[in-house]
Design a binder for this molecule. Structure first.
Ligand code: ABU
Length: 694
């Protein structure tokens, strides 16, 4: 559709705008027309909501240009930004905006009736976190380009890290007929213009959403619509980029995973043949992608619906709504240290997917020392592929998935006043370093030196949640010194016989000098949590948890498994599946005394079957019982490792729907499906599943 709103021949642009400003707006629940021009229609709602979601990704101060029917304004209000500014040109629509404001909970600053050309300078430079531009092309010649005039001016109003999106359906509705795909349309008609506005090509992207315009819609006849996403880079790029000379094409879909983008950039940096300027460009790209990942992973929603975020997880089985899935980027071998003497699994095949031992483990352990530093990229890629797949499977179930910061270089020595660790580990297993208990996010002390800073990979997520959910409590357990005296080094040298003799006194490699626990030593059952006494969690740690959590009404119970010679983490030993049912480990029976509470309250125990594939990857430090490290995503649904068909059968017999996903390539990065996830929100409450306490 061409556009000459108001049949304004003979008028200059300013006069055309003035005429438009005073034209009567006719609005009903389905549409808004000005001068008989179809300015907006109700079917645009999912599209407008997606635009709002993009513009509000950073929350903060968001500018909306064009109020229209108030669809996006309503969505922005729901997304709870700090400040919502609206510019509206048409007087009649501006009046409706005033009525809207009086019904809103969050403050709106409205400028108008005025065109953005006359009011944009009221806004301070570098002050906006987000912009949503949706103005009507009042001047015919500007039908396909008016957004770029705006963006060229508005870009400097954005803060570094700010995000801008726009809508021009009267243009896209025409252009879509001229291009085969959205990708070509975007690359040919939008990207070059956006670059001219000063936005680096690496910061420009788009997504596609489904829409259902009625067949008689005057301006749009497609069942998808494009949501452009333009970010203002942080630091270096913002000064240097006045638009790229060469246009980098934007792929049809956003990068499959931003971590893949980071990987590409990292690889580029390490390629020796690169010139200095190429390295500098790749480094900038890396920085930008890193920020994008953090932003992207900080707020998510499903199906274009705004999400009210909530930190809430009382059980292991409530319907999972939001979760973090780890990433393997830059993952390293565990260094030898007082809390861990890693060793090669002699039975372990080098190809982790093979069921039979390839003897590689024994060859390695006989001939080579335990390796140090970063794992091979192929191993990292293989683990990431399975982690990404898990994330996809969960998303397909409507679960929001966040990812930790993949750019941290774990292959870096750390030094504190008390210890040195030659490299760190990775951030695959969020379950170990942080736990959600009700509305509390609790950072664990950790027990291993190489994991001292691991929680930092999750800090952006935690901090974002703290901003979004005003009820969330953020607690961090006291960091232990991890000095030599905190450990019993000699424990590692005990022969098997002595260990068997001593196993009932539950003394492990970590002493009782300071409270110590890994988050995965805890499992939640409503008001009651169970904490394993282990080599990663001492009595002092359990006592710390008890004192900290009992004021919140949470009852903390110690559980012990006397036949486990080196216990660490509860999720391969004692796995609550739903109210009244626990999956137990036949090799690691629980102390009868500790089971009393469960028995008194009628809980039932089912033993895990022997693992189908009990060959551990040669570098994995976990046990073969990762087969029972299942992720319960709802009271009737469990995710199980693909090869573990006996476990699948057992759970199906118990009435669960079982989702199988391959995960063995992740094992050497610290654990299985449960380990590699951290629940942020489950649909559950602080129920009492153990009313009979005594
Ligand atoms: N991180 C879970 C490992 C537990 C186990 O190896 O049995």
């Amino acid at each position: 559709m061409n556009c000459d709103p108001g049949n304004q021949k003979g008028l200059n642009d300013r006069e055309k705008r003035q005429k438009w400003a005073i034209s009567e707006a006719v609005v009903n629940s389905d549409r808004l027309d000005i001068n008989n021009y179809p300015v907006m229609q109700r079917w645009e709602t999912p599209f407008m909501m997606e635009l709002a979601k993009v513009a509000c990704e950073n929350r903060g101060r968001v500018l909306e240009v064009g109020f229209g029917m108030g669809i996006s304004a309503r969505a922005i209000q729901q997304l709870q930004v700090q400040e919502h500014i609206i510019l509206e040109a048409n007087k009649s629509v501006f009046d409706k905006l005033q009525t809207f404001i009086s019904s809103c909970n969050h403050p709106i600053v409205a400028h108008g009736p005025a065109f953005w050309q006359d009011s944009i300078d009221l806004i301070q430079d570098e002050s906006l976190d987000g912009i949503l531009y949706d103005a009507y092309p009042v001047v015919w010649d500007e039908q396909h380009t008016h957004q770029f005039d705006f963006i060229a001016k508005a870009y400097k109003k954005m803060l570094p890290g700010g995000i801008l999106t726009y809508c021009n359906l009267t243009s896209f509705g025409v252009l879509r007929g001229r291009y085969d795909t959205w990708e070509t349309l975007f690359n040919e008609t939008q990207l070059p213009q956006l670059i001219k506005c000063g936005i680096p090509s690496t910061c420009i992207n788009f997504k596609i959403v489904s829409v259902s315009p009625p067949p008689d819609c005057e301006y749009y006849n497609y069942d998808t619509a494009i949501v452009p996403i333009c970010r203002k880079p942080f630091s270096a790029l913002s000064d240097t980029s006045k638009g790229d000379e060469q246009v980098t094409k934007v792929p049809l879909l956003p990068p499959a995973s931003a971590s893949a983008g980071i990987l590409r950039a990292t690889n580029k940096i390490s390629a020796l043949k690169m010139t200095a300027s190429e390295i500098s460009k790749a480094e900038q790209e890396l920085q930008t992608l890193k920020k994008q990942v953090m932003r992207k992973t900080s707020l998510w929603s499903v199906d274009g619906k705004p999400v009210t975020r909530r930190v809430n997880a009382w059980t292991q089985w409530g319907n999972l709504k939001e979760v973090v899935v780890g990433v393997a980027d830059n993952g390293c071998f565990i260094p030898t240290q007082p809390a861990c003497h890693p060793s090669v699994n002699r039975e372990g095949g080098s190809n982790t997917t093979h069921k039979s031992s390839a003897d590689a483990g024994s060859v390695i352990s006989d001939e080579l020392p335990w390796p140090k530093g970063r794992k091979k990229q192929a191993k990292i890629d293989a683990a990431n592929a399975q982690l990404d797949n898990l994330a996809k499977v969960l998303e397909q179930r409507g679960i929001r998935v966040l990812r930790p910061d993949p750019s941290i270089n774990w292959d870096r020595e750390i030094k504190t006043p008390f210890f040195t660790a030659e490299n760190q580990f990775c951030c695959v297993c969020g379950r170990d370093s942080v736990i959600t208990i009700g509305n509390i996010i609790l950072e664990a002390t950790m027990s291993r030196r190489d994991r001292y800073f691991e929680v930092m990979a999750f800090r952006d997520i935690i901090s974002e949640l703290h901003k979004s959910d005003k009820n969330m409590l953020w607690k961090a357990a006291p960091k232990p010194t991890m000095r030599d005296g905190m450990y019993r080094e000699e424990w590692w040298d005990l022969d098997l016989e002595t260990r068997y003799k001593r196993m009932h006194d539950f003394t492990f490699c970590v002493s009782e000098d300071e409270p110590v626990f890994d988050a995965a030593d805890i499992t939640r059952c409503g008001k009651d949590i169970f904490v394993q006494l282990s080599m990663t969690c001492n009595r002092a740690g359990i006592e710390w948890l008890r004192r900290e959590l009992s004021p919140h009404g949470i009852r903390v119970h110690m559980v012990r498994f006397p036949y486990d010679l080196a216990p660490s983490h509860l999720d391969c030993t004692f796995v609550p599946l739903r109210p009244g049912l626990v999956l137990t480990n036949p090799d690691r029976p629980c102390m009868e005394e500790d089971l009393k509470l469960l028995r008194k309250n009628g809980w039932r125990f089912i033993e895990a079957p022997p693992p189908v594939n009990s060959v551990r990857p040669w570098a994995s430090q976990s046990s073969k019982w990762l087969s029972m490290n299942v992720l319960v995503i709802g009271p009737h649904t469990v995710v199980v490792e693909a090869e573990e068909t006996s476990m699948k059968q057992l759970l199906e017999n118990e009435g669960f729907e079982v989702i199988s996903v391959p995960f063995r390539d992740v094992y050497e990065f610290g654990g299985g499906l449960h380990c590699a996830t951290w629940d942020i929100e489950r649909d559950d409450r602080m129920d009492d599943f153990f009313p009979n306490q005594h």
